[in-house]
Ligand binder design. Structure first.
Ligand SMILES: *Cc1c(COP(=O)(O)O)cnc(C)c1O
Length: 263
């Protein structure tokens, strides 16, 4: 059962209190943490309710579902455009669709994907500039999504080499349609938030190191980490984007995919 608007408002209030407490603890401003509402497996009506409650940013982990809900551009209550974040692994043959629907892709983990996205964005009407983050497999050892911890630094150094000359805004000769924004990870997911601290700290150190290099990393100021179960620890470790589903929309019903044509 989907939440009503009133139920969602209550959940949002509880969540905002958690975020506020974590920010206070960490000596950070609430505005330094973006809330990405993870609407996967929830219907378009849930997205409408979220927008009514002031949501600006949504996360989807499948391209087809993102297209269903976000191909028609939406406006937040303050008039700003609603942003669509693709946060799940994207197969090579879906990168074009992802680049079209997304404002930001959090889950890039190969040079092939970077090269392909540059081509795709250059070919889109107006030459879209796409924000991307690299996913690092810092917590979830059992799945294969993301760059290996051991390879992540070498990967970023290789990207820097391939990017070629850059202007002061980080726009590179080789990837002029991509803005490299930072790193994403999924925590340990053990049910104990503290277990994720080490991998979040690893991510922050890596992101800070490359941000300091400037050049193609001039915009590398984002850390996408923290979900319903571990967002406090993520905020303490420097997260700038928390991706929250369950705490806002309730449990997901995986037996009812939103893109199921029967539904
Ligand atoms: C589903 C998902 C989330 C949201 O998880 P919750 O525990 O429901 O908050 C965050 N990030 C990614 C990559 C996801 O796939």
């Amino acid at each position: 059962m989907e939440f009503t608007l009133d139920e969602m408002r209550e959940h949002l209030n509880v969540l905002e209190a958690r975020i506020a407490a974590a920010c206070k603890n960490a000596g950070r401003a609430r505005e330094s943490v973006k809330l990405v509402w993870v609407s996967k497996f929830h219907p378009a009506e849930a997205v409408e309710n979220a927008i009514a409650l002031g949501a600006h940013d949504f996360g989807e982990n499948r391209v087809q579902e993102a297209e269903l809900k976000f191909s028609a551009r939406r406006t937040a209550i303050d008039g700003a455009p609603v942003m669509c974040h693709v946060i799940g692994p994207v197969q090579s043959n879906k990168l074009k669709k992802a680049a079209i629907v997304a404002d930001c892709i959090h889950s890039i983990a190969s040079m092939e994907a970077v090269e392909k996205l540059e081509k795709v964005c250059a070919g889109l009407a107006g030459g879209k500039i796409l924000d991307i983050l690299f996913q690092v497999n810092a917590g979830e050892e059992e799945t294969k999504s993301g760059l290996d911890v051991a390879n992540a630094e070498a990967f970023l150094a290789e990207l820097e080499t391939r990017a070629g000359a850059c202007d002061a805004t980080g726009r590179s000769e080789k990837f002029p349609h991509l803005r490299f924004r930072g790193l994403m990870t999924i925590g340990k997911n053990t049910g104990v938030a503290e277990d994720s601290r080490e991998c979040f700290a690893f991510l922050r150190n890596l992101q800070q190191k490359f941000l300091a290099r400037g050049g193609v990393f001039a915009n590398f100021d984002q850390l996408s980490m923290g979900m319903t179960g571990d967002l406090e620890v993520a905020i303490e470790e420097g997260s700038t984007m928390i991706r929250v589903g369950t705490a806002l929309f309730g449990e997901r019903d995986y037996s009812k995919p939103v893109n199921d044509p029967v539904r």
